[in-house]
Design a protein around this ligand. Structure first.
Ligand SMILES: [Cu+2]
Length: 183
């Protein structure tokens, strides 16, 4: 009987020890809550939002790649006098242990030419490259633009106002638009 208990104890230790070790490590750099606001037209780029959780050391996000689209750019929306304009950004600082949000009316990815066959699977895979050498594979959930999805997205963003549902007619090429239609 005592032998069985010993074995059981060994078993528990074998499973418990790795878990304890993992707890002692600082949290790694990771990305979650990634989603694509899929453009209804192939002439208008889609926007991608996500949250970066900083790891033990400060890094920069320097590049985002995907095989499922023609082009990806990192953008930042800045609102001045009620008019939002976007500019491409080269990299994004991710301080150690802090959260950086890519969200509506702020930083976002602008993605041109998402392969419709990939979008139809409900997710698009991105590779995010950081200055520490990390290459994180991130699946972004596809949401088509529309009232229902917009409301759901709103909930997920903590009720933050999103003006994006009406952006169908937006001309993205001039990189400037009313705040109401901003990303
Ligand atoms: Cu943009």
């Amino acid at each position: 009987m005592s032998r069985i208990i010993q074995l059981a104890t060994l078993f528990l230790m074998a499973f418990a020890l790795p878990a304890l070790t993992a707890c002692a490590d600082p949290k790694p750099l990771f990305v979650d809550q990634a989603w694509v606001r899929l453009s209804p037209s192939k002439d208008i780029p889609s926007a991608v939002y996500f949250t970066i959780h900083g790891g033990p050391q400060p890094v920069k996000l320097v590049s985002v790649l995907t095989e499922a689209a023609l082009r990806v750019e990192m953008h930042e929306t800045v609102t001045t006098n009620g008019v939002a304009s976007m500019r491409p950004i080269k990299d994004v600082d991710v301080p150690a242990g802090e959260t950086v949000t890519f969200g509506p009316n702020g930083k976002h990815l602008m993605v041109w030419g998402i392969n419709p066959a990939v979008a139809a699977t409900g997710k698009v895979e991105f590779t995010m490259i950081f200055t520490n050498g990390d290459r994180l594979i991130v699946d972004a959930a596809v949401r088509k633009m529309g009232a229902t999805e917009g409301a759901a997205a709103n909930d997920k963003m903590g009720g933050e106002k999103m003006g994006g549902e009406k952006m169908g007619g937006m001309d993205h090429a001039n990189m400037s638009m009313p705040a109401d239609n901003a990303h």
